[in-house]
Design a binder for this molecule. Structure first.
Ligand code: FES
Ligand code: FES
Length: 151
């Protein structure tokens, strides 16, 4: 089976897919985009978060063929690096495993809700697990990015 879709603004194709192969597998193993991480493969940790037609999804739960002719954005495709910089500046990166998808989730929040408050940020990131930081620095990073965008 063959998948053709837009990934990070470029038309991409992959062949030889097996039935039920996940979008996460295709992104990482067939298209060379390792930003979305593979952890639980059960939709529990958020490490594989990407945007599919502007909706935040867990790529491990999306059969790749559902992305046919649709628009996928991964952390590699985010035009602005301000969130990544805010994560570094706030000390929100330890092992870094969760960081790419937290950045995608925060990007999704701030484009929908530029004036996101504390509760909005917590809710938006609730599906993304971090094993290292305790979340305080992550919340600081998103607040910092939001403040910088408002300046
Ligand atoms: S790897 Fe997809 S939610 Fe955990
Ligand atoms: S920084 Fe290690 S999992 Fe979040």
């Amino acid at each position: 089976m063959r998948l053709a879709c837009t990934v990070n603004g470029e038309r991409r194709e992959a062949g030889g897919l097996w039935p039920g192969e996940s979008l996460l597998y295709v992104l990482r193993e067939r298209l060379g985009l390792p930003g979305a991480k593979n952890a639980c493969e059960q939709g529990e940790c958020g490490s594989c978060s990407v945007l599919l037609d502007d909706v935040l999804v867990c790529a491990c739960l999306v059969p790749a063929l559902q992305a046919q002719d649709r628009d996928v954005v991964t952390v590699e495709g985010l035009a602005a690096a301000d969130l990544q910089e805010a994560f570094v500046d706030a000390g929100a990166v330890q092992c870094g495993f969760c960081t790419p998808c937290l950045v995608v989730a925060a990007h999704d929040l701030l484009r929908r809700c530029p004036n996101a408050g504390e509760a909005d940020v917590r809710e938006a990131l609730a599906g993304n697990l971090c094993r290292c930081t305790g979340y305080v620095k992550i919340l600081d990073a998103v607040r910092l990015a939001a403040e910088r965008r408002r300046r």
